[in-house]
Design a protein around this ligand. Sequence first.
Ligand SMILES: [Zn+2]
Length: 170
Amino acid sequence: MSNLDELFMKEAIKEANKAEQINEVPIGAVIVHDGKMIARAHNLRETEQNSLAHAELLAIEQACRELGSWRLENTTLYVTLEPCPMCAGAIMLSRVERVVYGAKDPKGGCAGTLMNLLDDPRFNHQSIVDSGVLEEECGQLLSDFFRKLRQRKKQEKEWRRKQQGLGDLQ
Ligand SMILES: [Zn+2]
């Protein structure tokens, strides 16, 4: 791990912040090829109502277009949250050389937490995986988001209950 890893993870965090601003779960990813950032994306699942619109998949699509190849050799993918099984699969099939993630995902992480799809010799491609880069910052983004979401839901519930009460009085 290096200062460069932190630098690029900060770019992924910027992407996660963009997701947060549009009420998406704050997850961001960037892809770096030979030291140059060639793709950046954030989670758009709600916006697009598409379960495939994860930050990593969107970044992989951009990177393939940018390089004119499905083989993302000599690339590093930075993502704020540990990849899910779908994204880990796409990373493997795109032959991404290295993956760096921030926070672990105990409910879906397939890059070391629940299993490691990215570093299993039974598959024909393995990626180098480094975790824990700006882990606290990446995790905090998510816990803040879910805390606010719970508060908002609670407020909405109370508001509806009040409206209901007013309706009964009329
Ligand atoms: Zn995913």
